[in-house]
Design a protein around this ligand. Sequence first.
Ligand code: NA7
Length: 536
Amino acid sequence: TQMNKNLDYDVLIIGAGLSGLYALHRMHKLGLRAKVLEAGGDVGGTWYWNRYPGARFDSESYSYGFSFSQEVLDEWNWSEHFAAQPETLRYCEFLCNKFNLRPDMQFNTRVTSAHFQDKSNSWKLTDESGKQYTSRFLVTCIGILNNFTMPNIAGASSYKGQAFHTARWPRESINFENKRVAVIGTGATGIQVIQEIVKTVGHLTVFQRTPNWSVPLRNETITPEEMDEIRSRYPDIFRRCAESYSGFLHLSDERSTFSMSSDDREAFWEDLYQKRGFAKLLANFGDINTNKEANDLISEFIANKIRQRVKDPVTAETLIPKCHGFGTKRLPLESGYFEGYNRPNVRLVDGKKSPIESITETGIRTTDEDFEFDIIIYATGFDAVTGSFSAIDFQGVNGIKLSDRWAQGPRTHLGLFVESFPNMTMVMGPHQMFGNFPRSIEYAVGWVARFIEYCRDHGITFAETSKQNVIDWTEHVHNCANGLLANEVDSWMTGVNKNLAHKQKRIIARYQGPAPGYRKRAEDVAARDYSDLILA
Ligand code: NA7
């Protein structure tokens, strides 16, 4: 089964998150010589790095886990409807042990460059220490929220107290009792960390630049009996995810926001608000994502929920987004986040009125006040999607740089291939369907494994997508994005990061059409024996 004995490996995989570990498993099943190179000290990717208090996914646990192994489904028990980071990390370790993946994973190995070798149709990767690795195929499993960004605030390095970015949280637990703590950032991460640490903190000051819509997660523990009942429904659960728009359990309501009386609509939304997880967004009327008037109505409904939950009216208004509609950015789900501001030891600083001016030796200075802190938490986000790729020097045929290929935004074929980058496939590359991540990962890895198997079985040593494929797919992705209000808003989902000078312009970073539509197109390529690609 060996592809070329002059190369170190048949397949190199970058990243040991959920994508990388499943990719390795599939390569093992093909009997290929594969290696995972991972910057972190162990498996888990996102779940390895993001150890901040309160970290968890917003997908129902049983819709998040992989579906490919009946044994895993039989043996693994989720303890909560929305499991927290330690449990998901254990899940990654469990998969790793079950499929004996560790021997082919190399940790503490940060890949700095990946260059295609024209003469040998192979990839040469170099790590931070200068060590090199060669292979026929390269599979990138580098995630979309991996390269964290510190705020571009003057003086951050002068601060003498403890400071952590949520994505580089230390392994030892941090005690917040009697401590004066600051959190900068109120995205999905900030909201999770804030609602957790208010339970023990001495005093918390939240620096909010832009408020976010957020609705209740409604997490609960899963009893062993309930887990058995869920297990019996797995085929149904995964079928439902496969049918849904973005891989979640929640199916969108076909009706229009304006199809009913305001009383009936209110009752429908009231009911949705009580439901678990992303139902509030995904099982809502589809037109809230495209129609400004519809979106204004649901936004007002959610705004009133915030007004009911936050006692101080000024704080409540500060927490209500005024410049973007409900669901137009990644919707954070919360558990008591808003009630946190009713505590006497929690203060919200409105960055619109008093922006942060600098970080000092002892704390934070806004335009009108000096604050002292023992701990500063940066929940300031990531150089998302393309950032994972710009962190590595990718070069394709004739030394063409990926950063040049994507200078005007990502251009891909199915989010799997890039023109001039032969023998390279991306798992969760830009323009792939994201949604409920493991559902998308499982499909993409399966697609890539079948493709590599085909190449091996047909003696193909060179596989590249064409310029036309890239033009067509990029156009399709842009067409799918058309009319969605989310694309008129700055957020990591539109590729904007205000801390990075080169990320001020919105791009279409994600495939935003229906997941079944994505899979149909990808299956068609496979069904045509990959003849859309240039194979040699
Ligand atoms: P996000 O969603 O990008 O949020 C970052 C937050 O940090 C957001 O509130 C930013 O405000 C704020 N921020 C960033 N830089 C600054 C500076 N310089 N000053 C003040 N405030 C700042 O990242 P998350 O980690 O919360 O979430 C990313 C994804 O990870 C999440 O969607 C999940 O899928 C997992 P802004 O809105 O830019 O005004």
